[in-house]
Design a protein around this ligand. Sequence first.
Ligand SMILES: [Zn+2]
Length: 314
Amino acid sequence: MKFDAPHFRDEAEALRYVEALRWPGGRVCPHCGTIGGEYATKREGRYRCGSKGCRKDFTVKTGTVMESSHIKLTVWLMAFYLMAASKKGMSAHQLHRSLDVTYKTAWFLAHRIRAAMATGGLTSPMGGPGGIVEADETYFGKVDVPSDRNTRGRKFRRAKHGRGPANKRAVLALVERGGNVRSFHIPSADKKTVQDIVLENVHPETRLHTDESRLYGGLENKLGSHETVKHSAGEYARGDVNTNSAEGYFSVFKRGMKGTYQHCAEKHLHRYLAEFDFRHNTRTKLGFSDAARAKLAVQGAEGKRLTYRRTHGA
Ligand SMILES: [Zn+2]
């Protein structure tokens, strides 16, 4: 990986680059929201808010996942780039080697960048009149604390294997045909959990495509249509009905989790999913270059710090 662009090599350039991304219309005080009312201080990149009653100092890192770290901006930008560009993700170990930083620093970078990639609010519904959304579930790994609240019994049983995927982590993915993915780590793949997520995220006039799993039964009455392919009978597509996009997403996710993130604690799983969603939703096929994807991740850095602190704990 080469880092020829000036913002990867020069701290002042990196500062200009991140400021332009974060504050295209002038610097905004992250403490009080005042725009363009700041004074420069003696330290480059540090400003003092000019607003009466605020007067607080800030930098481009304040209020972002980059806050309260002494890591150089050039290093942050390289880490953002590496994580955005590698399809299967990049582990703390790989970052540690590629960036020549300590493992501890690399771990910190990886987790914070993942938080920046997490989509904020899931705003507009997926699909729409005539639009297609595929829904599919997958199971992998083991739950950290096996209990009787697994996917056995009245919970979902995977017909193809003849038995329920007991004690496995369940993930549901909704993929808009030709568009974005939203994935969810679900405590158990039962009908209510799955259908609630589908109905919360999918526009009511959407065509829903799934396999023959009974988890989706009844949704035909609540959506535009519900069409299925019978995987158990070896049928993978009928006309334009298929779940290939969802399966493609899972295959990238599983390869990444196996090869790159071998030891992912279950409590972190939703963050890894957000990272894979982010890369899928900004994939090359949709016209995003590696650089453009990294830029978007840097812009997502704002406002994610609190989420990170809250879920990360001590
Ligand atoms: Zn202020």
